[in-house]
Design a protein around this ligand. Sequence first.
Ligand code: HEC
Ligand code: HEC
Ligand code: HEC
Ligand code: HEC
Length: 500
Amino acid sequence: MKPITEQIKEKPWKGWILFLATIVVVFFLGLLASSIIERRTEAVFAYTPKIEHSQWEPRNEVWGENFPRQFNRFLQTEDQSFHSKHNGSAQRDMLEEDPRLVILWAGYGFSKEYNQGKGHENAINDMRNILRTGAPVDGNKSPMPNTCWTCKSPDVPRMMQEVGVAEFYQGSWESLGAEIVNNIGCADCHDAQNMNLRISRPALVEAYQRMNKDINTVSHQDMRQLVCAQCHVEYYFKGEGNYLTFPWDKGTSVEAMEAYYDEYAFKDWIHPISKAPMLKAQHPDFELFQTGIHAQRGLACADCHMPYLNEGGQKFTDHKIQSPLNNIANTCQVCHREETTELLANVYERQDKIKENRDKLEELLVRAHIEAGKAWELGAKEKQMNEILQDIRHAQWRWDFVAASHGGSFHSPIEAGRIISTGINIAQEARIKLSRVLTSYGYNQEVPYPEIETKAQAQKYIGLDIEKLNADKKRFLEEVVPQWDAQAKERENTYETKNL
Ligand code: HEC
Ligand code: HEC
Ligand code: HEC
Ligand code: HEC
């Protein structure tokens, strides 16, 4: 080929084309450079702190001044519009949907009211509104201890700093009503100095210590699930001081935690019909998740519940923590190429199959409680009943472990299925033993199944006066809660922040 200068001499139009092409290229390079610079300034803008606040600042809107993107998405966890087949953030009355739950939890707070979990911005309101916390008016106490606040608010680590951890748990729930007012937020998961993830709840740190593990040396990816494990775990209130404790000393499997509770003969309550010493599983999402394929492939909670978003060239973490099914494109489809409908079907198929057997176990448990009640009525002796009551305790623990781990049927379907099948086995054993006891007292027919088609029927059957509970609650919400909020406002006005 001839040199370019000669080519241009021969055909001048080639020179013009080269000239114009260069102009176009330079123009676009210029555009690109200016856009990069603009985004850089944007990035610097977003990450230059505007305000300095204390390490334990509980008000999310104060942190939000520095990090508006995370804060704005975080606020959207208030949204109650999303409803998947089994989960989501809508108001759903689980006792109305399944009145058998009232029988399983008879004699325990959950039989009064139990709703589908919602987003983090609802935590304080939901707790004030629920019948389980009672109506502490006129000097009456709530049936719940202060320990219940632990998973609801960044005011918790603030108070623990101020009064001490054991002291925080002591006392009944209303005694900290004016202190705990901000919904779950920034200070629960972040260090104010550098925004690193941090563990703010001592119960998790202490559980690690008892397992001879050091929580300060875990990987960054582990922190992306341990911040959730501060709350989305199994726990209990230990001893007179209601000290929040994770039962992980023997391991985190359903059997290991059961053995832990059995060793201490711990019970959450005694079932009034069967007299069984019951355990209430909380929400062992973290524990169950570890046994599933996604954990085994190194994923953390944040990978599906807090995906990356992009805004103005800025990549950031979505703080609208929610069901990933409301955002499959940014969650599952980052790794899986399948269509949305197929991924959705994968999730529902696993959940439906676990639920099929979970419902069978649930019915067996209702029958076992009522048959045990019949046996007592006929004069059964403790010696005859003890083993049966342990079976009921263990079978319902397994049912609850799976039911209360709201994401468990997807997080770890094989383990969830195994737990339910061992539960069915134990419940059937209990009923075989019960039929022997009943026969020994000359009772050899089916014990009638109660009429519990609706929540109201079931609550009536166990003797709850719901109208009174509702009326008391209404008074509490109208008279006491506004005082709590006013006191909190006054206190918060004295917190120091510095504009930078
Ligand atoms: C439940 C725990 C949790 C809460 C509450 C929380 N964050 Fe985060 N935050 C995370 C996680 C997880 C990440 C991702 C960290 C990583 O992978 O490095 C993150 C990342 C961040 C980052 C780093 C930049 C980014 O977007 O990845 C900032 C800034 C941030 N959060 C601000 C906030 C603010 C402001 C609040 C309160 C409005 C808040 N966070 C509440 C867990 C939380
Ligand atoms: C300080 C305790 C606490 C921490 C930390 C926490 N959660 Fe929660 N979470 C809760 C509570 C309490 C609720 C229920 C709130 C309600 O129903 O009012 C909840 C609700 C949820 C829900 C249901 C929301 C919906 O819209 O369906 C999801 C999902 C969830 N959390 C995931 C996470 C993940 C993932 C993390 C870690 C990144 C995390 N949570 C950290 C306490 C916590
Ligand atoms: C960060 C990557 C990542 C994300 C996000 C992710 N997955 Fe996966 N998923 C994996 C990996 C890795 C496996 C294991 C597959 C293997 O190793 O062959 C897996 C396995 C699966 C399986 C098969 C597991 C089984 O039980 O047989 C299903 C179904 C699945 N994922 C669905 C989903 C859905 C639905 C979402 C969104 C809610 C999702 N995944 C999000 C990486 C991811
Ligand atoms: C591979 C993706 C993935 C990972 C990783 C993951 N989850 Fe989930 N999670 C899901 C899916 C899918 C559901 C079912 C959502 C539904 O049914 O609407 C779910 C449901 C939940 C729910 C109930 C949500 C609701 O709407 O009530 C909670 C709580 C939860 N997960 C917590 C966690 C915690 C804590 C971790 C880490 C220990 C974790 N998840 C890890 C995908 C994931």
